[in-house]
Design a protein around this ligand. Structure first.
Ligand code: ADP
Ligand code: MG
Length: 220
């Protein structure tokens, strides 16, 4: 268990991002199975349920994420399964509950992150999500503040750029939407120096918009 005292949950992180005008898939905290079902019913199916605990940094590693839940029965079952896997993997974890969010349509997965360099201060990172970033480290960096011009260059710089332009019938991702999102993240971290680290992983990019489906903020 990676204990990070200053970790905000996904629900808390997304609330801050939303206030800053950064597009996110809204997540609501459910503290019981009953609440998870009623929130799912309100949101409309399919939904996604995820563990909400500051003691669990990587939610899907230990069965803490259930995708594509089609109805109340599946949502209720997912709630119980998530709690039992997490309690098994992290018996000491303090659990807030489970977050409920709409299941986003598939898009091109990209990531935006911020970390602090001892010399340069906050630095933004952009890359393609999933295996491309983990294995190939195909990412670009810029020091905050990142202007619209910087954001444009940073997106075009990655080797995987053609993936964003669409390939094998896959729809292209909106580059302007990604540029806008990067600039907004830069403004957000500039205004909030108490943020030590930020991770939007993944962001789903579509032909007309880009939305963060997962968010993690660590405070100083
Ligand atoms: P982790 O803490 O493991 O990073 P994520 O919230 O990123 O957990 O969820 C794991 C994966 O599940 C994501 O990389 C994404 O592919 C998928 N996912 C998460 N949330 C959604 C959502 N709301 N809609 C569709 N897919 C999602
Ligand atoms: Mg994630």
């Amino acid at each position: 268990m990676v204990k990070s005292q200053n970790l905000l949950t996904e629900v808390e992180s997304k609330a801050l991002l939303k206030k800053a005008g950064i597009p996110i898939v809204e997540a609501k905290l459910a503290r019981s199975k009953k609440e998870a079902i009623s929130i799912s019913n309100e949101m409309g199916f399919p939904v996604v349920l995820k563990i909400s605990s500051t003691d669990v940094v990587h939610k899907s590693d230990s069965g803490g994420v259930k995708l594509g839940l089609a109805n109340a029965t599946q949502a209720g079952k997912a709630y119980s399964e998530i709690l039992s896997s997490i309690k098994r993997a992290y018996p000491q974890a303090q659990i807030d509950g489970v977050s409920v969010q709409p299941m986003a349509a598939p898009g091109v997965e990209v990531i935006v992150g911020m970390s602090k360099d001892p010399q340069f201060g906050p630095v933004l990172m952009f890359g393609l999500g999933g295996i491309l970033v983990e294995v190939l480290k195909d990412v670009s960096f810029r020091i905050v503040p990142v202007t619209a011009r910087d954001a444009k260059a940073m997106i075009r710089e990655i080797k995987g750029y053609p993936v964003l332009e669409g390939y094998r019938g896959q729809k292209p991702a909106s580059i302007p939407a990604l540029e806008k999102l990067i600039v907004k993240v830069s403004q957000f971290v500039e205004k909030n120096p108490q943020i030590r680290e930020l991770d939007l992983n993944p962001i789903f990019a579509y032909s007309d918009k880009a939305v963060a489906v997962d968010a993690r903020i660590i405070l100083e």
